[in-house]
Design a protein around this ligand. Structure first.
Ligand code: FO1
Length: 313
């Protein structure tokens, strides 16, 4: 079984490559819930929905989030009635949050909700949250502490980032079965997601990092930074804020002690030696996931790097 630590858009696209290379049933995505929040009285799980709806081919590919062809009737009325309008929730998208809120209120867990949604939408890849406990990611900014989505969406990442906090992570438990999956996985892949606010929360759940260290599975990531910039999202200011250089080297250092290999883009080939000096094997390819072929190639290169045995010493 292949375990993928996943954030949102980049991770979803990477898994779309994986399902072309290995049977989807052999893949489990462990998804960040640090972006989760309550809005309009509804429980919203952006990364779980992005991964699920992308793999169901229901995602709005322009945006990378939201449901294709969605409308905003309800949203426009919510605003008319005085509700917050900064986080765009389409009519179909709202069904996910209404149903999730109802199921949680009936006492179901977030893991059960995620699994029932992916089955209802015909997704063969298993999808689970990193934890069933809330671990909202807060960004410490010049304008004070705020939820990641307030920073990223409401204030369009304009604030200066001074720090990141995974609220309540110390008492969060790994999702049921997660530690066993880490121990028994053939390969552990860290998707090209934001190392700080997408993968960081998963690794910060007590027991997860230790389980990965103890697992015999090779650990391979794909750098989300290409040519010194993020493909999408606020990885750059967030990496800088936690002292990581915004480069493929910084991406390798973000997972220090866990990585066996990293896939970097051709434009960063000159960084390979520096990364190998960290004890991390490097594969170089075109990591820009323009279409299905590039996604499949990237997944293939990552798996080959994972299977490559260390050079005979
Ligand atoms: N991102 C935005 O930039 N603006 C939005 O209005 C927005 C709405 C939204 C609704 C549902 C959902 O699942 C994701 C949504 N996102 C939106 C994406 C989200 O802010 C981030 O991309 C992820 O949380 C980061 O992976």
């Amino acid at each position: 079984m292949i375990l993928v630590l996943a954030g949102g858009v980049g991770a979803a696209r990477f898994i779309e490559g994986l399902v072309q290379v290995v049977p989807p049933e052999t893949i489990t995505a462990v998804v960040n819930t640090g972006d989760d929040m309550e809005l309009h009285g509804l429980k919203i799980s952006p990364d779980l929905d992005i991964v699920t709806c992308t793999l169901a081919d229901l995602i709005d590919r322009e945006q990378g989030w939201g449901i294709i062809g969605d409308t905003d009737e309800c949203m426009s009325w919510l605003v008319k009635l005085g509700g917050p309008g900064w986080f765009k929730l389409g009519d179909r998208d709202l069904a996910l949050h209404i149903r999730r809120t109802a199921m949680l209120r009936e006492g179901r867990t977030l893991s059960e909700v995620a699994d029932s949604f992916r089955q209802a939408l015909g997704v063969a890849v298993r999808i689970m949250p990193m934890s069933d406990d809330p671990v909202p990611t807060h960004i410490l900014t010049d304008a004070g502490e705020m939820h990641f989505e307030e920073y990223f969406v409401r204030h369009r990442a304009q604030n200066e980032v001074r720090g990141v906090r995974y609220v309540g992570v110390g008492k969060a438990r790994p999702a049921p079965g997660l530690l066993e999956l880490i121990a028994t996985a053939e390969v552990i892949l860290i998707a090209p997601s934001n190392p700080v606010v997408s993968v960081g929360p998963i690794l910060a759940i007590p027991g997860v990092r230790e389980a990965i260290m103890a697992s015999p599975a090779p650990v391979v990531t794909v750098s989300p930074i290409v040519g010194g910039a993020a493909i999408k999202g606020p990885a750059a200011p967030l990496m800088r804020a936690v002292g990581l250089e915004v480069s493929a080297v910084g991406a390798a250092k973000a997972y220090a002690g866990l990585l066996d290999g990293i896939v970097i883009d051709q434009v960063d080939a000159h960084l390979a030696q520096q990364i190998e000096a960290l004890g991390v094997r490097v594969a170089v390819t075109d990591t820009i996931m323009r279409g299905p072929a590039e996604k499949a190639n990237l997944a293939r290169v990552a798996l080959q790097l994972a299977e490559a045995r260390p050079a005979a010493v």
